[in-house]
Write a protein that binds this ligand. Sequence first.
Ligand SMILES: Cc1cc2nc3c(=O)[nH]c(=O)nc-3n(C[C@H](O)[C@H](O)[C@H](O)COP(=O)(O)OP(=O)(O)OC[C@H]3O[C@@H](n4cnc5c(N)ncnc54)[C@H](O)[C@@H]3O)c2cc1C
Length: 420
Amino acid sequence: MTEPENAGHDYDVVISGASLAGSAAAILLARRGARVALLERRSRPTAYKTLCTHSLTANATPVLEELGLIPALEKAGAVRNEARWYTRWGWIEPSAAPGPALPYGYNVRRSTLDPLIRCRAAETPGVDVLLGHQVTGLLQEAGRTVGVRAKTPEGEREIRARLVVGADGKDSAVAEYAGVPTRQHENARFGYLAHFRNLPLRDGISHAWFLVPDMAYAFPNDDGVTVVAVLPDKKRLPAFREDLEGSFLDMVRALPDAPDIDAAERVTKITGTVDYPLRTRKPTAPGVALIGDAALTGDPLWGVGCGWALQSAQWLAEAVAPALTGPGDLDKALTAYARRHRRRLGGHQYLAADFAKGRPFNPGERLMFSAAARDGGLARHMHMFASRLIGPMQFLNPAAVARAAVVNLRHREASARTGA
Ligand SMILES: Cc1cc2nc3c(=O)[nH]c(=O)nc-3n(C[C@H](O)[C@H](O)[C@H](O)COP(=O)(O)OP(=O)(O)OC[C@H]3O[C@@H](n4cnc5c(N)ncnc54)[C@H](O)[C@@H]3O)c2cc1C
């Protein structure tokens, strides 16, 4: 669909939601010449998402680089993240394995990150950040979305644009108003998290415990804060809730190589969610694009939503900017974005939705996780997958699977020889 420039539009793009996905998209679209209105229902410029463990996987780093945020993040104390993962076969230690430096992301609290990226959006020429603006409906003409209706401190307002972007999170109102169906996958785990000071972690790196079905994490963050999270099976919820603090601390104390939680100071309340289904939506409709959690809400267990929020913003900007600022075809650009989104994230979400059932490791996972605990090369391969720098097909490529099989065979032979 081509249109004369600015035909009856207030902006080229109106974005609902000024969190990670929305702010990133606003910056990247405006830098490519689009005029952007970035609407956020909350009115404080320092607002941030509290329900997050703040670990940005390495796939986010190229987007943070393009946004120009890395120097500010490092200055704010963001921690370059490395991780080890506990499994019943032992620790998987990618950082300890020989090889070139591994790609890294950042652990940085959302109270630091969200205001930073929103402020960067506000400073970007071509972006109008409109705080206290809640999108309450879509303007539609001939089956196509042509703008939004918003509740503002000054009353109702209509804003017309060639493209409306839903960056409004997992309960996306834009998706609902546009009639985009939601595919929901149940999550068999609940989660609680809290922030601590004086909680050193071994080697100062992130820890994850795959206790299957339960999970636990500890992430060092900016300003000397360590975020600790537990994601137990929902069957444990009634007993867990009877004494939330006691259950949380007991679960951390019982972890293999547990951090010394009793010597630490808890600096936030224990907060969490008892029902967090995964959601998948088609990321486009006529005149509409969805990014971040609005398009795909992953399982918090994998800590990937922030990276995908930033990446999907970048994919959208790359796809639609030429059509928004020149004579290109916007519908074709949206189709290209949807295709890239599905190709890059579909396989990850499929696996995550299956694992969210709380099932035991499947044979492929058993093979790869056990071998990665025994072999540095496979631990590094696992890091690439966990960082979402490779997809499931690359993770389970024939060479990696064959290597895992050989590693485990040799391990069995060695165990038989030593009688272990
Ligand atoms: C317990 C937990 C832990 C997590 N830990 C991690 C982790 O360690 N690493 C990771 O990568 N991901 C993690 N995630 C996921 C991550 O928090 C999300 O994927 C990420 O915040 C998505 O960003 P977003 O910009 O798409 O949406 P959001 O951050 O949800 O932002 C949506 C924005 O839209 C605004 N909005 C909503 N409705 C409207 C409206 N009608 N009008 C205007 N504005 C509106 C909201 O106010 C908000 O600012 C975790 C999630 C949970 C629940």
